[in-house]
Design a protein around this ligand. Sequence first.
Ligand SMILES: [Zn+2]
Length: 277
Amino acid sequence: MSYSNGYIKDMLAKENYLFELNAGIKVLMFPCLNDNYGYLVHHESSGHTACIDTPDADEIIAQCKKMNWQVTHILNTHHHFDHAGGNERVKNFFNATVYGFIHDKERIPEIDVLLEDLEELNLLGSKIKIFHTPGHTLGHIIYHFPEAKVIFVGDTLFSLGCGRVFEGTMNQMWDSLNLFKKLDPETIIFCAHEYTESNAKFACYIDPDNEKLKKMQQKIINLRKQNMPTLPSTIKVELELNPFLGRNFKNIAQNLGIEGASPEAIFARVRAEKDRF
Ligand SMILES: [Zn+2]
């Protein structure tokens, strides 16, 4: 286990990070494109390897070669090019099966298996639960491995932030984010982008009296100075510090002069403030 308190303790190598989780699940995380992370999820005894999205096909293939893994499943979170742009090449290279949300069947290249909200898959020796989280896009889904206590959240949730609301409504995004409150607090969160430093800057701006947040920001700045990832995070850390999840809405609303507003309205305002930040 190379994971503790939201921070990486050990590195396999500078260009990738290996996590050994419960239920025989290994996760290889590697930076790619400008600020994306690619993820390979491996289960030794079934021989299955899933890649979560295909931000960079060449990098996925290179990382697989290093690990001697073969991608058997491509699990797409949403249709954006930095998530599904490598589907065709990765699928053809490994003869893998592509999964995505049913209503995105026209937008996710090479899709084979159409998933629905709350569907459960049995892959990688694990139960994998699908949650539909509209907001960033209308067809966004996330993948929860309850036994390994890990969730791949795409562009729905970021550490100390959340995805931009491009296609859905603010209320849809708020409902999608509320899902995280139902999960085991120890659940490990892998997000699709390294946005934490700028998210921390905004979080400290919108929630300025939060001392824990200030401490967290300093840790994040130090990690990024060494070019280290700030991910994964955990549900516990995000529920406590993420300004989009509601724990500090009372203080935030006061600072914004909207005391007494509904949580949906406060969320919408915080998201709009971040868009302008
Ligand atoms: Zn996206």
